[in-house]
Design a protein around this ligand. Structure first.
Ligand code: TUI
Length: 313
């Protein structure tokens, strides 16, 4: 049976976290992943605290297992969200796109486990010193906002730099990815794109279909230095390319992007919507229940790890 220290730290059966994707990771998805023995995570994105509270209630109506909330640090509601997760005693908070350092004393005092997403060694070290429980090392193969370093070199560097559990993210969608992450020294994985194509994920069916159809070169990078976003190629990404080619301002880029994730997720606009997905989209070929995804990924990783052991004579 596959078991790591991360399972004990979080009280989960399998070392698999579901990415806290804005708009995509609702209470329904998080509950399904947590009920299946992974860690489901609600993506707060830019949503107001009352909407996030509703998603927390959805999870608690469906399962007693641990779950998390991802706090996106560009949200206008960060302070209120921190209050909410503390008041609700949400078991785990993951953070993205910013440094949660100043909120750590409050979160720790409320018994919340804090697992920031990092894309660099420097931030990983700083956050370990401040007392976070674990780190998610996210390579630039991931969907949405991306860093600069790929998963394969990033994860072992962060593993070497800290003494807390490291969770690998970016480019992982199956048991081969899980086994590889463990080989790099990670204590588990976070998968986002794979769970978009779960039955319980509430995104528009067109979004899931776009992920299923994606090929190896379809998850492209748009945006500008300091703010790159990986999405599936469509007319929106071509518009971004045109803006970049004529040296458009950050404001113009931002205006083009506004509301486009919602358009893809809620309305199913796969032409002009922002289909955030990672390079692992090309590995996703089937929609299935979250529990089946987890069971399959774990079984595949176990078979690989047993097989690898036999290669050593
Ligand atoms: O956060 C992400 N990926 C995301 S967030 C997102 S939300 C959104 N996007 C568009 C419209 C509406 C909502 C989509 N994708 N990944 C986690 C991540 N965080 N990757 C890198 C970082 C990061 C970057 C800088 C973490 C910390 C950081 O710190 C800078 C500092 O303050 O030191």
């Amino acid at each position: 049976m596959l078991h790591t220290g991360l399972c004990d730290l979080l009280g989960i059966n399998y070392p698999i976290l579901q990415g806290g994707m804005a708009w995509v990771a609702t209470g329904e998805l998080a509950a399904a992943v947590s009920a299946a023995g992974g860690l489901g995570i609600i993506g707060a994105g830019n949503a107001p605290p009352e909407a996030v509270h509703q998603e927390i209630r959805k999870v608690r109506e469906r399962t007693d297992r641990p779950f998390g909330v991802n706090v996106y640090y560009m949200s206008p509601y960060v302070e209120e969200l921190i209050e909410l997760v503390c008041a609700e005693k949400v078991p785990v908070v993951t953070t993205g796109a910013g440094n949660p350092g100043k909120h750590l004393p409050k979160l720790k005092a409320a018994g919340v486990k804090v697992i920031p997403v990092v894309a660099s060694v420097a931030l990983a070290k700083r956050l370990e010193r401040l007392g976070v429980d674990a780190l998610i090392a996210e390579g630039m193969e991931c969907g949405g906002h991306i860093g600069e370093i790929a998963t394969m070199p990033l994860v072992p560097q962060i593993v070497d730099a800290v003494h807390i559990p490291v969770i690998a993210a970016g480019g992982i969608a199956d048991g081969r990815g899980l086994a590889a992450a463990l080989a790099l020294g990670a204590a588990g994985v976070q998968m986002g794109t794979r769970f978009i194509c779960s039955e319980e994920c509430t995104v528009h069916p067109n979004y899931k279909e776009a992920v299923l159809k994606a090929g190896d070169r379809d998850a492209v990078v748009t945006g500008m230095p300091g703010h790159y976003v990986r999405v599936l190629k469509n007319k929106l990404t071509r518009q971004f390319e045109e803006l970049a080619a004529r040296g458009a301002s950050w404001e113009e880029m931002d205006r083009l992007g506004t509301g486009k994730l919602r358009a893809a997720v809620i309305e199913g606009d796969v032409v002009y919507g922002s289909l955030m997905a990672g390079q692992s989209a090309a590995l996703v070929r089937e929609i299935k229940p979250a529990a089946a995804i987890i069971a399959e990924v774990v079984a595949e990783a176990e078979a690989i790890i047993s097989h690898l052991g036999k290669l050593v004579r």
